[in-house]
Design a binder for this molecule. Sequence first.
Ligand SMILES: [Mg+2]
Length: 381
Amino acid sequence: MKCGRRTFLSIAGLLGGLILTNSFNKNLFGKTFSINKKNSKMKLTFKSYTLELKHVFTLASSSRTTTPVMFTQIEFDGVVGYGEASMPPYLGESQESAAKFLSKVDLTKFNDPFEIESILEYVDKIEPNNPAAKASIDIALHDLVGKIMGKPWYKIWNLDKERTPFTSFTIGIDTDEVVKEKVTEAEEYKILKVKLGRDSDKRMIETIRSVTNKPIVVDVNQGWKDKFFALDMINWLNERNVKMVEQPMPKEMIDDMAWLTEKSPLPTFGDESVQRIHDVIKAHGVYSGINIKLMKCTGLREANKMINLAKSLGMEVMLGCMTESSCAISAVSQLSPGIQWADLDGALLISNDPFEGTKVIDGKVVLSDSPGIGITKVLPH
Ligand SMILES: [Mg+2]
């Protein structure tokens, strides 16, 4: 189609006005990006992959040694953006469901990757649920657009790279001896994360305290069913340099949870209770903060909105992850400058990461300067 007209496009928040011409130029922040519109169509491809875990991963309800993921690519005008859907089995998505969903996504109807809002609104409306599959499109699209602009997203969002948080490092439930070994191996991390919600909770904390007094955050994964018991536990943990408690009670126990947060000496964070942006309002007054994960909330676009909403409500924010490669971890870490709580150790727990990007150095999240979500591919997948 010949298109000699000029049309002003509006794109997400900070990106300002763009001018569309035949082989259109995008003028963003004083830099012009040329895109050959004639033959340019966005092409989505995807491939399943299995992340191998370095250690058996144990939650209150299950154990596993691998995590299924789906890697996506969106190609446009010779530039490739990468994305990832991580799908721990207990969350209900699978490589099959992701493949089914992604097969329905037709990006050829869009000829401008900068229409991020429109594209992701279209993707979100194809079907309900499938948040990780949706995130794999969101991440690849952000990677693509950032690469076209030649900038990493933390710069596009005007965030200060020096203000990235320290990440917690998860110590899985195990025998006393193995727990002590893992704590010793985790020396470089400033904050430990411990999964609780079993009969052995106090013993686990005491085992760690026999080797280190560094701060601990705990994730109960809905494991405490009684608010008085939960409050006793939190008071006990507070005396042992524990700094916060994630999802102490089942997500349905809203009134008990609000009571617990009011009485708790430690901040409480909703994780299973908070999936998408509409859950932030529901969590207000129930938890002190929310744990945002790309695989729950459909990606960077919505995560960014959730951060702003939570902050405006006076709530604390934590950025979390599933077991993910450096692809999804590098994406979410673009949002991390200025965020106090981070649990972004997902890529550190796997042995076959096909990407390199965000690193953790002396426990701190360190962003790369590569454009887009800041990754380079190091292994075929
Ligand atoms: Mg959690």
